[in-house]
Design a protein. Sequence first.
Length: 306
Amino acid sequence: MRQSRVLWLLDRLEREPRADAVIGALRTGMRSLPLGRGRDVLHGRWLGHPVHPLMVQVPIGSWLSAAVLDARPGRSREAGLLVGVGLAAAAPAALAGAVDWAELHRQQQRVGLVHALANTAAVGLYAASLTCRIKGRWRLGRAYGFLGLTAVGLGGMLGGHLAYRQACGANHAEEVPHVVTEGWHRVGAVDEFPAGRPVRRSVDDVPVLVVREIGGTIHALAERCSHLAGPLSEGTIADGCVQCPWHGSVFRLSDGWNVRGPATAPQPAFDTRIVDGHVEVRLRHQDGGERAPGEGGTDRIRAGQK
């Protein structure tokens, strides 16, 4: 079966490098914004997944509702109010999307740039629509509104491609609990793990990051970053955390919690123990159930060292 024309165009867009210089400049500008902790808020770390898809529901819903009212005689004034609500909500939604976009792969950024341009065109058309409505030019205002909705539809299609085809915003460590088998897995002798240095091992073909602290405590996390599968074993270890070398997400070694974004999901964590001078790991349960005394990873490490 031949590839559809739409998918062919989207795949070509992913490979098109001519806008890369612009993308690089915009990426640098977004990263330099003094957002502080607000950057993690916009990423959606507090929510557990990107907040941008949630925020865009307001402008899209408002504009779609405005189009429905515009299709009915005598409801143009109410439709204009909805157009204004959508315009007010578009700015924070765009900022959240831009913050996420600055931390993506280049192929994703190429599609994301066109996604942003389509939505920018939609905002311009709806601004023109609202201006016409204020001046009493209702028919022209409705025309601009329907054109704006068309641009929103194009932007939404590209957003869907980003989310579902390119896995932008997805948890790239989600499959680990479904792939790693239960029980303990030997990953190497203690001497193979220099203190304070990240080491990559594999369990059931799943990469695992193993870090032995100077005091002897051993931590293990899924090695591929939940943000975009960056190699944590090539990252920096500091203050009980590991920082991804690709986009700077920081995870706590003790439990995999994402301390700082752009990752919005934690890393799957492993219990560890030492048996006969070898390190063994076991995927830590994520169901929130209580453990029996001595089930924690630290207790098992100490037991193995005795």
